[in-house]
Design a protein. Structure first.
Length: 97
């Protein structure tokens, strides 16, 4: 789950990401957030395009799950943009003849 959060004393909102309970994850999802965090050094080239991690916790002491707080990227959230585009007529680009 992801939540957009406004913090006191911070001008921009942040994103709180919370992993599902381990018992509700598929085998392929286990520790996925931890792996994402650990893989960031290898993505340094595209770091300016990614949200920055402000805090992360895998101890389960705070909320009983893995979680991360990240910066919120500028732009339009994908679900909002997709709704707008679905309402428009297609230009025909990409259609088969």
């Amino acid at each position: 789950m992801s939540y957009r959060v406004t913090l006191a004393g911070r001008a921009e909102p942040v994103v709180l990401r919370v992993a599902p309970e381990e018992g509700r994850q598929f085998r392929s999802e286990r520790h996925l957030m931890r792996n994402e965090y650990a893989g960031q050094p290898w993505l340094a080239v595209i770091a300016p395009l990614m949200p920055r991690v402000l805090a992360a916790d895998w101890s389960h002491e705070v909320i009983g799950r893995d979680w991360m707080i990240q910066t919120c990227l500028d732009g339009i959230p994908a679900p909002e943009r997709i709704r707008v585009r679905r309402g428009r007529r297609s230009s025909g680009a990409g259609r088969r003849p």
